[in-house]
Design a protein around this ligand. Structure first.
Ligand code: FAQ
Length: 308
């Protein structure tokens, strides 16, 4: 009987069809998805922090309302993804515990500080831009709930990216000081943005199996290249440069050549030793503890309803 279930699963994958929560799936497939979707959810929630700190310091009411909406969208994406993850048999409470205990990861990018208001624009343009590049193909991922969540998330990320680019455009039309602020911000975020796609393919232990299962549709290096190709003309239109002396058009390949990020730094950040890792987790832990009374009240209310 197990063989028949396995054959059925393989047939679904071969047809590029969807696997749904009640379908039989190999343990490894379930584990890989829990790992990736949880990491993705945690990234959205931790990702609220770098920009969230600028809400009270936004330069105008319009900028404040926009940033507030963007950060709120990220909370929504996190909750949406936790729900998708729960369909795999793990609860949101368990996932949150694993995040604050450091047992599950979140994206390296959110361990870098936001030092100026221009960083809000740069995160929108480059970080949401990288997220879109990575996530549009995930709309076709083999696990139904994850792929469907991606559709709405990608639409909102596109708005986030426009918002960031428009903010930077406004600053570039401003004073020399503002233009310098944008360039400085782009210089700090370019390499960490390239790291978001994960290690080079040769050092990526999960890619081959995840592609065979249709969880990932492209390799890390393919998506990184796509992001570089997309970003260079945008940088030119904006009037900024990227801090990479090796960046140049390669007519033979039909792509931009570019240098390698500092993979040692990446390993440090992923291990928990990045500039803001401790601060991000401490903040998340505090928010979770401060919310304990809400969870207790909700459980008490549910128990009372069930008893009556
Ligand atoms: N940071 O074998 P691979 C957002 C880990 S966007 C930290 O290549 P895989 C939107 C990886 O987990 C950001 N860890 O792994 C937003 C693995 O460790 P493990 C979130 C990383 O899974 C914008 C090990 O390295 N997006 O939040 C990173 O096949 C603005 C080996 O790597 C997603 O999560 C990294 N950058 O490929 C929010 C997208 N890269 O788990 C707020 C979905 C790799 O074995 C503001 N995820 N690692 O212990 C994916 O597409 C994949 O999981 C990859 C990694 C491509 C990230």
């Amino acid at each position: 009987a197990l063989e028949a279930l396995e054959a059925q699963f393989e047939a679904v994958i071969a047809r590029s069809d969807r696997v749904e929560p009640r379908d039989w799936m190999p343990d490894g497939y379930r584990r890989t998805l829990i790992r990736q979707v949880a990491q993705h959810a945690h990234s959205e929630i931790i990702g609220m922090q770098p920009e969230g700190g600028w809400i009270t310091r936004a330069p105008s009411l319009r900028r404040k309302a926009t940033l507030l909406a963007k950060v709120q969208d990220e909370a929504g994406h996190g909750l949406y993804l936790y729900s998708a993850c729960e369909t795999l048999g793990v609860s949101r409470g368990e996932l949150t515990e694993m995040l604050i205990e450091g047992k599950q990861k979140y994206s390296s990018i959110f361990n870098y500080p936001t030092l100026s208001y221009a960083d809000v624009g740069t995160i929108g343009w480059l970080v949401d831009g990288a997220a879109i590049c990575n996530q549009v193909p995930l709309c076709r991922t083999s696990y139904g709930p994850y792929g469907r969540a991606m559709i709405r998330i990608c639409k909102e990320e596109s708005f986030h990216q426009r918002q960031g680019y428009e903010l930077l455009m406004a600053m570039m039309r401003g004073t020399d000081e503002q233009r310098a602020m944008v360039q400085e911000s782009v210089d700090r975020f370019w390499w960490p943005a390239l790291m978001m796609f994960g290690p080079p393919d040769d050092d990526s232990p999960n890619t081959a199996q995840s592609m065979a299962w249709g969880i990932k549709r492209n390799t890390n290096d393919d998506l990184r290249q796509r992001f570089v190709d997309m970003s260079v003309p945008q940088a030119e239109a904006l009037g900024v440069t990227f801090p990479d002396p090796e960046l140049r058009w390669n007519a033979g390949r039909g792509h931009y050549d570019f240098g390698q990020p500092d993979w040692e730094e990446f390993a440090q950040v992923v291990k928990g030793d990045g500039p803001c890792n401790a601060q991000r987790i401490a903040h998340r832990r505090r928010a979770h503890e401060d919310g304990a009374w809400v969870r207790e009240a909700a459980s008490a209310f549910a128990a009372k309803q069930a008893a009556s």
